[in-house]
Design a protein around this ligand. Sequence first.
Ligand code: PLP
Length: 380
Amino acid sequence: MKSIYLDYAAATPLDKRVLKAMVPFFSKVFHNPSSVYLAARQARQVLEQTRATIAKCLGAKTGEIIFTSGATEANNMAIAGTMRQFPDGEALVSAIEHESVLEPAKQFKHRLIPVDKHGLVDLNKLAKMIKPKTVLISLMYVNNEVGTIQPLAKAAQFVKEVRQQRLKTKNDQPLYFHSDAAQAGNLFDLHVGRLGVDLLTINGGKIYGPKQSGALYVRAGTSLQPLILGGGQEFGLRSGTESLATAVGLAEALKLAQAKKTGELKRLQQLSNLFSNQLKSQLPEATINGHDKKKSPHIISVSLPGQDAERLVMELDKHGIAAAVGSACSASREDPSHVLKAMGLSEPMIRSSLRFSFGRATTEADIKTTVLTLSKILAK
Ligand code: PLP
């Protein structure tokens, strides 16, 4: 039985070229970049070149990239690192953010930005929610459960206008704009200038790089407090001896992913269309969640009324097909998806929802086999 992996939104395999780039930094170049002798200085040089590669991919300056242990840490750093400085301040975070944004936001005054039934934030509503005490807006790039893409550049325009207004009214409270781009790196533009963000989260484990690798882009001038204190590495924002292998892996993965993003987007769009067409013809009762057009093609969330998604995932697994119930990134699956709930789905519909996510090795045959297998399971 051929196994079919359709859970790329949870984890991607390491690209062979990435592994090759990482290998020397596990053994040959093991030195601490903060030491003073030649080998250590060479390690420091590699680390800084790596930072520069990432900065280039994002259209940022080298000093604006902070290495982290993944998207969770980068999101925590963005939320808590800004909010801690403003005890009276408030954060606005979208209701469909990943838990690594929602949970740190709960430590501070915050409100949830509602989404419509497609998982899209209404910018007019967002604009009305911004108050003089708002410090941070966090709006994810691509949602990890349904794939909806948020209008970041337009939201950034609002942020800019609010800042200008604050200048006029002598309100010196900063307003920062953060986006979690953990699901966007393979297919979409990450240029921070075009996106208009002050803080951007990226993740290696979703772009064929190493797990526990990531970075936070911090626009120069953004005031951030460190969460991890110690030796003062990463410009004092993230202490701890740097992992050169992980950083090199992240940079290589990002470079490769961004270089092939246009072709990959087209290919996955075709696969996504094929999936929905097959679904329509073989399982007409199924509905696809998320926006029709403003959606990443690598994620399809399907509701199958009357079915139990967990059972279906287990049945699919018996046939060698790996799919997910909502997001695999939260360890506890007790609660029904907060994303689908925010989109207005009823609890039974949420419990009937599966997530399929596609990647570099996904083929047309995989899609056809999956939908056929699903319809056979349901026919039983
Ligand atoms: N943000 C989004 C949108 C995600 O999809 C994930 C994981 O799936 C994360 C953050 C957390 O990433 P990590 O577990 O690698 O820290």
